[in-house]
Design a protein around this ligand. Structure first.
Ligand code: NAD
Length: 269
């Protein structure tokens, strides 16, 4: 009997996977049997480290540089992935960043940068992935779906975030991009879902957990009383990429230890 959560023979492209959550997702998908395209923007060293780790565990991976906000670079990345591994079955739209300012101090450049990478980058990569899914056609022995897209969102697709208007707007946009793509592409057997992480220990939010005082304060927002690890997101990504979730489409899966449960109301409001 074949394993329902196996990704054997499939090719996954994970954007921004030279560090943090993307690296955890790339490793988890490789451990489930996928060949992985490790995209990175700047850190060749970081990307090569993840590739070596996957290879040392018996998997296959390549590192491909591309800025996901640049149309031609995204096209070139998919071309490289397809010429190396023949196709792409799974896209994880993970690349993202924060540029935090109060609203009045936020430059148009800081706004555009965050929207350009966190939202437009997801559109550009999804468009290339879908073109490839359609070109390849369904391969039933690999997956019931023609292709799978996982968008890395955030609890801030639903929790407003003062001082981070550009970031929260980008993740709110990711939610509607994901749902609209899921609705449009479902008849073609393409599944599109999001993962909304809560607080995960990565470089993006280091100051929020790297001292005991900061971690204690952060835990006030997490009912489960544990800061997440990249592997928590990796396990969710394997499920969403595999046929184990074949009837799941247009979902945001919150992996947040309960951060979206209004913890401020836990003591009777
Ligand atoms: P991270 O900084 O370790 O990872 C972000 C990655 O994106 C980096 O590898 C970075 O190089 C890459 N990147 C940035 N700009 C890029 C570009 N133009 N093109 C390609 N790659 C680019 O932080 P992370 O926490 O691992 O973040 C990954 C994703 O998870 C982001 O979308 C982030 O918004 C989301 N997220 C993180 C948390 C958290 O608590 N860490 C919570 C919610 C959502």
């Amino acid at each position: 009997m074949s394993q329902i959560n196996s990704l054997e023979g499939q090719v996954a492209l994970v954007t921004g996977s030279s560090s943090g959550i993307g690296a955890g997702v790339a490793l988890a998908l490789a451990q489930a049997g996928a060949k992985v395209v490790v995209n990175y923007a700047h850190s060749t060293k970081g990307a090569e480290k993840i590739v070596s780790k996957i290879v040392s565990l018996g998997g296959e991976a390549i590192a491909v540089q591309a800025d996901v906000s640049q149309e031609e670079q995204v096209k070139a990345m998919f071309h490289k992935a397809i010429t190396t591994y023949e196709t792409v079955d799974i896209l994880v739209n993970n690349a993202g960043l924060q540029k935090d300012f109060s609203l009045v101090d936020m430059s148009l450049e800081a706004w555009n940068k965050v929207i350009g990478i966190n939202l437009t980058g997801q559109f550009l990569c999804a468009r290339e992935a879908v073109k490839e899914f359609i070109r390849r056609g369904i391969v039933p022995e690999r997956s019931s779906a023609l292709g799978k897209i996982i968008c890395m969102s955030s609890v801030h697709e639903t929790i407003p975030w003062a001082g981070h208007c550009n970031y929260a707007a980008s993740k709110g946009g990711v939610m509607m991009l994901m749902k609209s793509m899921a609705q449009e592409l479902a008849p073609q057997k393409i599944r599109v879902n999001s993962i909304a992480p809560g607080a995960i220990k990565t470089p993006i939010n280091k100051e929020a957990w790297d001292t005991p005082e900061a971690e204690e304060k952060l835990l006030e927002l997490i009912p489960y009383k544990r800061v997440g690890e990249p592997d928590d997101i990796g396990k969710a990504a394997v499920w969403l990429a595999s046929d184990a979730s074949d009837y799941v489409n247009g979902l945001t899966l919150f992996v947040d230890g309960g951060m979206t449960l209004y913890p401020g109301f836990a003591g009777n409001g």
